[in-house]
Design a protein around this ligand. Structure first.
Ligand SMILES: C[S@@+](CC[C@H](N)C(=O)[O-])C[C@H]1O[C@@H](n2cnc3c(N)ncnc32)[C@H](O)[C@@H]1O
Length: 248
């Protein structure tokens, strides 16, 4: 069952594919998504397909479309495919195959990589966006995820504010969301609405006496940094830089 052209185009649009992308279609069928990624968006595309006659057909289709240099096809099992360096993954597999693939996607894809699936979800890894597309004979769903950086675990966070000491942060992450606690000198504050989108991180905390903090920043492996906007108990607004490092 190939993806209808209008749906394939919407998948690539939703993933914001550009000429800088390396797009892998896992289970690439006749190669149409890879060929569209190369032809319409100028990306480099790689199709991974287990059926040899479909690999052959895809190569012929890429030649006919004039994109053979930018569209490659591998005859192999998608579970054996090395995904490092990929920036966009497209899928039209079954829900159970997506779920089996999920740990590999989260392990091998860099934070910020877009994953887009035709019709099927990833169980409790909820999509960041879902759009509906009218196909020739039915409505289709296109689902988009952005691979989140890992923030799970303990961090020591320092707000660059005179007199502020280090704060221990414990984050419990579930895909693109997290909760946890900030151990401040005034006591433990809950992390509110923790979100990770690629390398971007955001969370809030409410302090004693009506003060509130909004942390935004970026995570790279074991370091994070950004800005905290504070509403102080008296209503004054302040912004400070913050940095954090993972702590054992
Ligand atoms: C529904 S088709 C989708 C084809 C194409 N991605 C599209 O959207 O038009 C799924 C394809 O995945 C291939 N496939 C299934 N399991 C695979 C595996 N483990 N490794 C590689 N290809 C696989 C099938 O042979 C089939 O061609």
């Amino acid at each position: 069952m190939p993806t209808p052209d209008a749906v394939g185009l919407e998948m690539l649009r939703l993933a914001r594919v550009t000429a800088d992308d390396v797009v892998y279609d896992l289970g690439s069928g006749d190669g149409r998504l890879v060929i569209e990624a190369a032809r319409v968006f100028g990306a480099r595309g790689v199709g991974v397909e287990i059926e040899p006659q479909l690999v052959q057909q895809s190569r012929e289709n890429a030649l006919k479309a004039g994109v053979a240099e930018r569209a490659r096809f591998l005859w192999q099992d998608l579970f054996e495919t090395d995904l490092r360096g990929v920036t966009v993954v497209t899928l039209y597999l079954r829900a159970d195959v997506n779920l089996k693939l999920r740990p590999k996607l989260l392990r091998e894809l860099r934070p910020g990589t877009r994953v887009v699936s035709h019709d099927f979800g990833m169980a409790d890894w909820e999509p960041d966006r879902t759009v509906r597309v009218r196909g020739p004979d039915r409505e289709h769903r296109v689902l988009l995820w952005t691979v989140p950086a890992s923030v799970d675990g303990a961090w020591t966070l320092q707000i660059e504010r005179p007199g502020a000491g280090p704060v221990r942060v414990l984050a419990r992450q579930r895909f693109q969301r997290f909760d946890g606690t900030l151990d401040t000198p005034e006591g433990a504050l809950p992390v509110i609405d923790g979100r990770v989108e690629g390398a971007r991180v955001e969370f809030r905390a409410a302090g004693a006496g009506g003060s509130a903090m909004l942390f935004t920043g970026r995570v790279t492996a074991d370091r994070a940094e950004g800005t905290v906007d504070m509403v102080l108990a008296g209503g004054a607004l302040r912004s400070y830089r913050w940095t954090a490092i993972r702590t054992p």
